[in-house]
Design a protein around this ligand. Structure first.
Ligand SMILES: [Zn+2]
Length: 147
């Protein structure tokens, strides 16, 4: 358990370093006050980011094997993780959050990291457009010329 926990911490650290490296601001770590406790939350844009461990969330790509002992226990436990994550996605979306989920294996692989960075950027810019559109509708905010 302990070993697995620290592995998750390592992943989070990698995620935080990536976001910092992207020059992004306005995010906070471990948003335990939000549904599902996102690893990162951009509160203003309402973008929540999770990194899912491939074992803990039964990654369909890695297909990590369950421990041989206590199989049933593990099966139930991991299925519960998957279900809770799905539930958190749904509820966050209902509250206006955009949810970005990333697999552990993506963060471990250079191409995966590129894809993840793009995902985060596009989620944030989506939100910016959203907000600009809302501001225009309310008659405030300056309309900038399209790039
Ligand atoms: Zn995986």
């Amino acid at each position: 358990m302990q070993a697995v926990k620290s592995a998750k911490t390592g992943l989070e650290r990698r995620l935080f370093a990536m976001l910092a490296g992207m020059g992004l601001k306005g995010w906070r770590k471990n948003a335990v006050d939000l549904l599902g406790k996102p690893d990162v939350a951009f509160d203003q844009q309402r973008v929540a980011i999770f990194v899912d461990g491939c074992f803990w969330h039964r990654c369909p790509v890695c297909k990590r094997k369950l421990p041989k002992t206590n199989r049933e226990y593990w099966e139930r436990k991991l299925e519960r993780n998957v279900r809770l994550a799905r539930d958190a996605n749904r509820r966050l979306r209902r509250e206006g959050w955009l949810v970005v989920r990333c697999w552990e294996h993506e963060l471990r692989n250079p191409n995966g990291r590129v894809g993840f960075r793009e995902g985060v950027r596009s989620a944030l810019s989506e939100r910016r457009k959203h907000r600009d559109a809302g501001a225009r509708k309310k008659g405030r905010g300056r309309v900038s010329s399209p790039p």
